[in-house]
Design a protein around this ligand. Structure first.
Ligand code: AMP
Length: 547
């Protein structure tokens, strides 16, 4: 396995193979298997473009050969920052076939995150979309290149001084297949200790995830998956997402976003059967549905990534007529979900059962021992598609994984008597902003560089739409004067947000509100009491003055 990754112990790997989870299947083949007999069927729709199975397969092969000629070698890393465009898929398949490892950045990432990802992964190349939705990614690439050594910047669009992805092609040829036990690509963790950790997913483990999620949701060759979330997210990439749909021989429809006008139109036009949404988008769809003359009842709605409010959940079946599956998932592996057809009282309060009968799940107390049945505790897990360690993160791994390979998720859950999991909260310091994860530590590090900020603590505050939003509690640099108000001469929210943007921080990480204090409350062990700060911020939001 790639140096810097933690392999499964040999006996577990052997067991997962024996049980048929790991089948030696390389991800570059996920679409290949569906091609014979389907050459002329449409595999991919994006705007006005329609691609047949044969076309996607051929372009991926030619691109793989071209990338090899460019000098990319098996095991190399490439930071891929592409939105939902066909090149995301052709490039991913090409890289998988070549054994080169994509590091999937989100389209929202900016210089700060991209530089880190390039450095952390020692990337040889960075792939961007040109101009997309008003943002010039070539400009970002120039900025990144000033500080990071990259052999190639490749543009899926007008390349300017860089390489055009469309020009990277060569006659298809046989390339040595990568070892299916090795890493195929990297996803990003939500990140609890500053910048995101890299999550190495292997061909074997992810191919299993694709097969099992497709089977679990009944995805087959008649299915049409609408990718409304960014495909760089695990949810839309492989649960079963675009890759699982290909494996099953179905159609993938790429959307620029989940806005109802675009998504409803695509659902009607392409007879979409499955899509993935985060909870805030579900509410948007419910509120917009009466304005559109569209029947979405044939769609299975896969909802997860953040808490789904019960009052929203209960409206789905009556108002949209959709079948629902409620998910708990993480890029690190473990997936739990309710199965289509289960009644509301199972689907909405819980996120169902683990995907695999060999997913091992324990709910433990702070001493690491299992809590009594039905009690709340931390979810710890291991299994055939859950990583045993982050990439190049020895210290963090020592804290997050036990020597026996159990992953401490930082999520607080309980199990119902039927074995369904209910998410109750978390102990990790992450803000779940409508499904997008924000690491307070990362934002705090940036804000501390502001001359007007002496100290800062970023906390989550409940929000009706997003579930949670972020509040930066600031001790202003000028806060020493005993008579002064805590907010006097302090930077405003707008200033802090501009400051973060200028430092190249993704927009979804910017604080939604700011509050000032002269001193942080502390816990008995002397840590900043974030729970108390969150409570005070919530009071401020609801108009109650903080004491
Ligand atoms: P990510 O790897 O970005 O998908 O984030 C995984 C994290 O999202 C989990 O560890 C949970 O904290 C959170 N999460 C995922 N699904 C749910 C859900 N259904 N309800 C509440 N939190 C969730």
């Amino acid at each position: 396995m790639l140096t810097g990754c933690v392999p499964w112990p040999a006996e577990d790997a052997e067991r997962y193979r024996r049980l048929g989870y790991w089948r030696g299947q390389a991800l570059g083949d996920v679409l290949r298997g569906a091609v014979p007999g389907n050459e002329d069927r449409i595999a991919l729709v994006s705007g006005r473009e329609e691609w047949t199975f044969a076309a996607v397969d051929t372009v991926a092969d030619r691109m793989a050969a071209g990338l090899r000629d460019l000098g990319l070698r098996p095991g190399d890393r490439v930071v891929v920052q592409l939105p939902n465009i066909p090149e995301f898929l052709t490039l991913s398949l090409a890289l998988f076939r070549l054994g080169v490892l994509p590091v999937y950045a989100l389209p929202a990432h900016r210089a700060s995150e991209i530089e880190y990802l390039c450095q952390m992964s020692d990337a040889v190349a960075y792939v961007v979309p040109g101009r997309y939705r008003g943002f010039d990614f070539r400009k970002l690439a120039r900025e990144v290149r000033e500080r990071v050594r990259l052999e190639h910047v490749i543009v899926a669009g007008e390349p300017e001084e860089f390489l055009a992805l469309s020009a990277i092609e060569a006659p298809a040829r046989e390339l040595p297949a990568p070892d299916s036990g090795d890493v195929a690509f990297f996803l990003l963790s939500g990140g609890t200790t500053g910048l995101p950790k890299l999550i190495p997913r292997t061909h074997d483990d992810y191919a299993y995830q694709l097969r099992a999620t497709a089977r679990g949701l009944g995805v087959g060759s008649e299915s049409a998956y609408l990718a409304a979330l960014p495909v760089a997210h695990n949810a839309a990439l492989g649960c079963p997402g675009v890759l699982g749909t290909y494996l099953a021989g179905g159609l993938t429809v790429l959307a620029g976003g989940a806005a109802p006008d675009e998504a409803f139109g695509l659902i009607a036009r392409h007879r979409v059967t499955l899509t993935t949404l985060m909870p805030p988008l579900v509410k948007l769809w419910l509120d917009a549905a009466p304005l559109f003359d569209v029947d979405v009842s044939g769609v299975l709605l896969q909802i997860g990534s953040a808490k789904l409010p019960l009052e929203v959940a209960r409206r789905i079946r009556p108002e949209l007529g959709c079948e629902v599956t409620h998910w708990f998932g993480m890029a690190e592996g473990l997936l739990t979900f309710t199965r289509p057809g289960e009644p509301d009282d199972v689907v909405f309060p819980s996120t169902g059962r683990p995907m695999c009968e060999h997913d091992e799940v324990k709910v433990v107390g702070s001493d690491g021992a299992p809590v009594a049945p039905g009690e709340i505790g931390e979810l710890v897990t291991r299994g055939p598609y859950t990583i045993r360690g982050y990439y190049r993160a020895e210290d963090h791994n020592a804290r997050t994984f036990t020597p026996e390979g159990w992953f401490h998720t930082g999520d607080l859950v309980r199990l119902t008597p039927a074995g369904d999991m209910v998410v109750e909260g978390r102990i990790k310091d992450v803000i779940n902003r409508g499904g997008e994860k924000v690491s307070p530590a990362e934002v705090e590090d940036h804000l501390l560089a502001h001359p007007g900020v002496r100290d800062v603590s970023v906390v989550g505050v409940a929000d009706e739409v997003l579930g949670e939003k972020s509040c930066a509690w600031v001790i202003a640099a000028a806060a020493d004067d005993a008579d002064a108000d805590a907010s006097q001469a302090a930077p405003t929210l707008a200033e802090l947000r501009r400051f973060l943007l200028a430092r190249g921080v993704a927009a979804f990480k910017l604080p939604d509100q700011v509050a000032f204090t002269k001193e942080f409350p502390h816990t008995r062990v002397g840590k900043v009491n974030k729970a108390e700060l969150a409570r005070l911020a919530a009071e401020q939001t609801s108009g109650v003055a903080a004491s």
